[in-house]
Design a protein around this ligand. Structure first.
Ligand code: ZN
Length: 324
């Protein structure tokens, strides 16, 4: 997915450069018609560039090229002004002056320009389901919305618990696959404790690391699996579902149960992904007991396997009213 978006972006940048060339030649023709002297100056500048390149190639770089070039540029600007044009009228028109619309900067190590990186991330976030929730990051995580009164059953406050959970989830997302729990994380707890926020924050870390990650509601995942089950057309989507480095499954347990099919399909999903060395991040309102009741021991034991999964049970009070 990253590759497709990137190649689309490169095509757009190419078109941008062509458009910029087109504008330049159009302007040049227009100016030359009005003032042939500017055309001559532009030609001699071009000659100067060629001879300087030839000089460098032959090992005898021409001296004072820079000085001559400066003089010609000054003359061009002067002529433009005198003819009623903006002195920058014949400067290349770039959307981004840093990379000159190539999308890349640096030599010899080529790096993506910040303009392209930003747009790539924006599209990637859109594509993976982050959409309007791009602000939900670890950096912006506001611990003060969680109550600081001690919960006896936890031995700490909800705020302190969230500090720990934030650290654990951040570390996992920043280090996977070099983590103990390679198969993923199970985030369980009632609504409004911040599960989805953490999922978004982890997704962003994973994407920024260049990993192929995707977030889906479990309803959507079920839909993909069902379509693939009933027709060949859906096979491609199912293959993708199996192949993301990290699949984030939001709201596991809210999809409708369709006799044994749902359970079998989810088991296959978890099993196949684990076999391929891929991870799942699952958020659910269901407790471990509810998970067993709903999905049978076969799935529950896999999701609750502490050797492979990081299991985080969240407690406390609903903070959604404070978030919004
Ligand atoms: Zn740029």
């Amino acid at each position: 997915m990253r590759r497709e978006i990137l190649s689309q972006l490169q095509t757009e940048y190419e078109a941008r450069r062509q458009e910029s060339d087109r504008i330049f030649f159009e302007r040049r023709r227009e100016v030359e018609n009005k003032c042939p002297e500017i055309g001559r100056l532009m030609d001699s500048r071009q000659q100067l560039i060629f001879s300087s390149i030839r000089g460098i190639a032959s090992g005898h770089p021409a001296e004072s090229v820079e000085e001559k070039m400066g003089q010609i540029n000054t003359d061009i600007r002067k002529q433009l002004t005198e003819n009623g044009y903006d002195p920058d009228y014949l400067e290349p028109v770039y959307v981004c002056g840093i990379c000159k619309d190539t999308g890349y900067v640096g030599y010899p190590v080529r790096e993506m320009c910040s303009c392209m990186q930003k747009e790539l991330n924006r599209r990637l976030y859109q594509e993976v389901g982050l959409g309007e929730d791009q602000e939900q990051t670890f950096e912006r995580f506001d611990r003060t919305i969680f109550p600081d009164t001690k919960i006896p059953a936890l031995g700490c406050s909800q705020r302190e618990m969230m500090d720990m959970i934030r650290d654990m989830t951040y570390t996992w997302a920043a280090q996977w696959p070099d983590v103990k729990e390679k198969a993923g994380i199970l985030l369980s707890g009632a609504s409004g404790l911040g599960k989805t926020y953490l999922m978004h924050a982890m997704l962003k870390v994973l994407l920024d690391r260049g990993l192929n990650a995707m977030m889906l509601s479990s309803y959507k995942a079920q839909d993909i699996m069902r379509k693939a089950y009933f027709s060949r057309d859906g096979q491609e989507d199912l293959d993708m579902l199996m192949d993301y480095d990290v699949l984030l499954l939001d709201d596991f347990g809210t999809e409708p149960l369709m006799d044994n099919v749902t359970v079998t399909q989810f088991f296959n999903l978890f099993n196949e992904r684990q076999t391929r060395g891929k991870a799942c991040l699952i958020s659910t309102n269901l407790s471990p007991k509810n998970l067993r009741d709903r999905y049978t021991e076969r799935i529950a034991s896999r999701l609750l396997d502490k050797n492979h999964m990081l299991i985080i049970e969240m407690r406390g009070e609903d903070v959604r009213k404070k978030v919004h």
